[in-house]
Design a protein around this ligand. Structure first.
Ligand code: XCC
Ligand code: SF4
Length: 628
């Protein structure tokens, strides 16, 4: 098990370090232990050069290794193999976001059809706004009828229409022209994913570049389709976020309360758990069990959803999910889907913690499965919370250690909130950009990866960017890093460059704005489109960039690619498994620039990454005739 010195190399945070040490004492196997057991990784797989897409293989391609292994049994070479693998990788990520969006959509349809009383419309104004934006005549329609009409329209986006997903109309015309010219206009969301599976079957698309362009189209169907629908429909059902105060780190767990952690991505289950935990009868049961109350806290993106809309505190990000249970103070982890390590069931088994899964598509052997649907969610949520209350009576005080004091944060910066703070128009932001007070805007998004020191790149990159007057927007697991570093409070303006600090103080906002969960990267896309349209530019003309410094997931690859295909230069802290093909690698790092006006950069050092991003922002500013 990890020694003290080693532990400090894994994570900079007190809460993580203490829990890694505790796990060591208590014999709990953690993600870092398993990474060690898996190292060194297979070099063929690392480079994207293995193929198991058919039973003539599996094949390992060795492009430099003489004729013997230069081709798979079917004749596929290294470039094709890398492209096919990467295409499927992106499609899986796009499918995950989009299927999450579909669940929201089914809930919206159920509200429209009057099939649920558990869910309703919290933001009727946004429902009306989006209906109108997408050409639905709202006059004379009731709220339910509007919900139904909008759901019907979005269901079309999932199918096999030959024209484009509805929200792609938000993108500047110049951008849509590029997509049309390159065959990348996103049609149906499901269609692009299915087509990627088709193209990468043996003997279909054998042109690596053509596969990569379709990967871009698939990713765009996520960004402007599935993810954007997930975000906008979540706002309609659960409310559009407004600035809200909250707390972050494992210190948000409460020694004297029933602690329930919600984990996963969709707000559908977590919102219900929160509502149940606030019911007086259920609180009374908690008191009877000897608890002072019921404390709901978040992990990963469902945590972000509740934090943005409800100010629910955030316990941690991806690398903190096991460690949260190691506190011994968690009665229940209740999950929906995505990024929920199967190991959590085992870690929960080391304590009194109940692990509960809720989605028919995400089952965890060894956990408790309670299926939530739109017509039983309220009742199931009560049942789950009462189960956690019961678990509280079996908590072992000798095993409890809550390792730190929470940090305070401000969250809730939806585009509506950001534009609202600017007086309802992007004009002040454009002016600040033009004047160089804010030199650029960068989205720092995505996961943790145990191959990199926890949150190290997130924090140091953000620190460096804000010093250079670059406003940072954070989503996903990056958010927790920003919060723990103190960047999500207005006071952090003191760490920003003079221009950014002035703007932050004038608006009372932090230099790093929390804009949501992973699907909410669509908010950043939308904001870019609003700015570009307002200024009569394409997105690729703006001094903006994206970064996924510690990414691990297929979803992050889809996000990175839709960002690039939308014209946003994107930094990755680690390369995807493409290095086995110099053709695909140079396409990613250079070639895409000629196609989309944006490309990827790979760099694991935060200062070097800041330098690369800054260079790009400088170039964009100069091209607009603005100061560097
Ligand atoms: Fe998952 Fe969204 Fe990554 Fe965090 S950041 S590890 S994908 S929870 Ni999107
Ligand atoms: Fe091998 Fe080709 Fe089959 Fe892949 S598709 S496993 S490279 S024969």
């Amino acid at each position: 098990m990890a020694k003290e010195r080693e532990i400090q190399d894994l994570s900079p945070w007190e809460d993580a370090q203490k829990m890694i040490a505790k796990a060591g004492r208590e014999g709990v196997n953690l993600i870092w232990d398993r990474l060690k057991d898996q190292t060194p990784h297979c070099t063929f797989c690392e480079q994207g050069l293995t193929c198991s897409k058919c039973v003539m293989g599996p094949c390992r391609i060795n492009p430099g290794g003489g004729p013997k292994k230069k081709y798979g049994v079917c004749g596929a070479d290294g470039d094709l193999t890398v492209a096919r693998n990467f295409g499927r990788f992106v499609a899986a990520g796009a499918a995950a976001h989009s299927d999450h969006g579909r669940d929201l959509l089914e809930t919206l349809a159920a509200i429209g059809d009057g099939k649920t009383t558990d869910y309703g419309i919290r933001d009727e104004a946004k429902l009306e706004r989006i209906c109108t934006e997408l050409g639905i005549e709202v006059e004379g329609l009731s709220v339910r009828e509007r919900a139904k009409a909008l759901a019907d329209l979005f269901f079309e986006d999932y199918g096999c229409r030959s024209n484009n997903v509805a929200f792609s109309g938000r993108a500047p015309q110049k951008r849509r022209d590029i997509w049309a010219r390159t065959g990348c206009s996103p049609r149906g969301i499901d269609r692009e994913c299915v087509e990627m599976l088709h193209r990468t079957h043996m003997g279909v698309d054998c042109d690596p570049v053509s596969i990569c362009l379709h990967a871009s189209r698939t990713a765009l169907a996520d960004g402007w389709g599935g993810s954007m629908i997930a975000t906008e429909v979540s706002d309609i059902i659960f409310g559009t976020p407004k600035p809200v105060k909250s707390m972050v780190n494992l210190g948000v767990l409460k020694e004297d309360q029933v602690n329930i952690l919600v984990h996963g991505h969709s707000p559908i289950v977590s919102e219900m758990i929160l509502a149940a935990a606030r019911e007086p009868e259920i609180l009374a049961k908690a008191k009877e069990a000897g608890a002072a109350g019921i404390n709901i806290a978040g992990l990963c993106c469902t945590g972000n959803e509740l934090l943005m809309r409800q100010g629910v505190p955030m316990a941690g990000n991806h690398l903190m999910t096991e460690l949260a249970i190691v506190t011994g103070a968690v009665e229940m982890v209740i999950v929906d889907y995505q990024c929920i390590m199967p190991s959590l069931v085992n870690v929960a088994g080391c304590y009194h913690t109940k692990f509960v899964s809720t989605s028919d598509k995400a089952k965890f052997p060894g956990g408790i499965h309670m299926e939530f649907h739109y017509n039983n969610a309220r009742e199931k949520a009560r049942e789950a919370v009462l189960m956690a209350v019961e678990a509280f009576t079996r908590r072992d005080p000798a095993k409890v250690e809550i390792p730190s004091k929470p940090m305070s944060i401000t969250s809730g910066f939806s585009n509506e909130a950001i534009l609202g703070a600017l007086g309802g128009t992007p004009e002040p932001l454009i002016q600040a950009l033009q004047a160089g007070k804010v030199r650029g805007v960068v989205g720092i998004v995505g996961c943790n990866n145990p191959k990199l020191k926890h949150d190290h790149v997130h924090v140091n990159l953000a620190r460096e960017l804000m010093k250079r007057d670059i406003l940072v927007l954070a989503t996903g697991c990056a958010t927790v890093a920003m919060g723990k570093a103190g960047f999500l409070e207005p006071e952090a303006a003191s760490q920003a460059g003079a221009g950014l600090a002035e703007v932050c103080r004038a608006l009372g906002i932090p230099p790093v704005l929390h804009v949501g969960s992973c699907v909410d990267n669509s908010r950043i896309l939308h904001l870019c489109a609003v700015l570009a349209n307002y200024a009569g530019l394409d997105i690729s003309d703006l001094p903006v960039a994206a970064s996924a410094p510690e990414w691990y997931s297929e979803k992050a690859a889809a996000i990175g690619l839709y960002a690039v295909a939308s014209g946003v230069y994107t930094h990755l802290g680690l390369p995807p498994h493409i290095l086995g093909s110099s053709m695909i690698t140079s396409l990613a790092l250079k070639g895409l620039d000629d196609v989309f006006g944006a490309c990827f950069a790979v760099e694991s050092g935060p200062l070097q990454a800041a330098e690369l991003i800054d260079e790009r922002i400088k170039a964009k500013r100069l091209a607009l005739g603005w100061s560097a």
